[in-house]
Design a protein around this ligand. Sequence first.
Ligand code: 5AD
Ligand code: SF4
Length: 447
Amino acid sequence: MNKRDSEALAARLTGVYHYTLAASEEDADVVLLNTCSVRDGADQKAIGKMQMLIGQARVHHRQCIFGFLGCMAQAQGERLMTLLPGLNLVLGTHRYHLLGDYLSELVQGKQSRIVDCGGVKECPPFFDEHLMAANTAAEEEDKDGAAHLSPTAYVNIMHGCNQHCTYCIVPETRGHEFSRSIDGIVKECRSLADSGVKEITLLGQIVTSFGRFDIPVSEDGRSGFVQLLDAIAEIDGLERIRFTAPHPKGYGKDLVEAYGRIPKLCESAHIPVQSGSDRILKLMHRGYTAERFLEIIDQLREVQPTIGLATDIIVGFPGETEEDFQATVDLVRRVHFDNVFLFKYSPRQNTPAAVMPDQIPQEVKEDRHARLLQVVNELAQASYEQKVGATVEVLVEGVSRRNVNRLQGRSRCNKIVVFEGPAEWVGTIRKFKVTRAGQYSLYGEPV
Ligand code: 5AD
Ligand code: SF4
């Protein structure tokens, strides 16, 4: 989500305000950190990084403008200014359309410090017109001959979330659910496909709720989200569709069937379960039981037996007993996920869980995290090893992160595949035979 916002903001600053992208932070006259506050670790990391950047600029006597954008800026506002004396700008998630103007004031020295977090509820979100303005600027650049730099791209389809999970800061920082129009999204995806993009990941805090207030369910029972998937699948040149993050409640019959019906929809799903204990799921206000989650997984595997499955889990939620934790371990074993993003619960300001009784001591969180991580890694390793000998279809994305002499891409089930090949392969879809499994990656030879 933040990555897409960053791309859109960069496109707007370069396209409309004539900034150019600096090669590194040290070369930049303006440094903006787009932050996330979903977990406390990310907050601390962003503050630490900003502190370091401001310190370095001071040491080298460089004049530079520093700004914080995103959820963390939204949540902390003025406090960041007190914490970081060299900071110039704090801009909340619903004020992005003002970024260019604020930067002009700072660059021209008319102001030295600006904090604007607006009110999440009453301000227009960074949609559709503002985001589209940014995208139009990017499209204009593309028309000048530059192809999209990567064969994969992210597209925001909705914003905010009304689910109000009791641990989550998103409803506070991102506000109410708001969906873009199918036409606007299709137009953006088509323009990306025209500039060479082969795979699009649709983004939103709760993508499966897309259009639920404005798009009626079709006569054949398809939700707004599935109608969007169908519309995007029609785009020529686009080969693959993914999305994140969905909510289990969105996996009705129509979405499960879509996996069997829409060839461009990759057989991979990242469905956050958060806990395997019904008692904890209720306290989290998730709106499903472990049994219902398992039913969804079984249905998906029936339609697509090789589907890659990932999830998010929080350990140490207030009141979580050893028995609740074991229920999560059991669910993880039963599903046999390919990947699990594991989090230790961290209290977020103004969320109901932060003031719930029975907060779990840090040592217990650490212990449960370590124990579950071991199970997760073992299961993931087994699922990667199971792929050895199989043939997988890979979209070649670029040079391998670990070894510049190799290329890498992702299989349809979302596993990284590393192989040797010429640079011309980037952006093409090819078949590889898996020769061995690494940790969270596969190695292959062309078929
Ligand atoms: N503490 C720990 N993890 C959290 N997440 C969201 N809020 C919190 C929190 N307060 C995790 C959830 C979510 C992922 C993006 O971050 O698992 O799915
Ligand atoms: Fe947060 Fe996701 Fe729950 Fe929405 S569905 S409140 S974004 S965890």
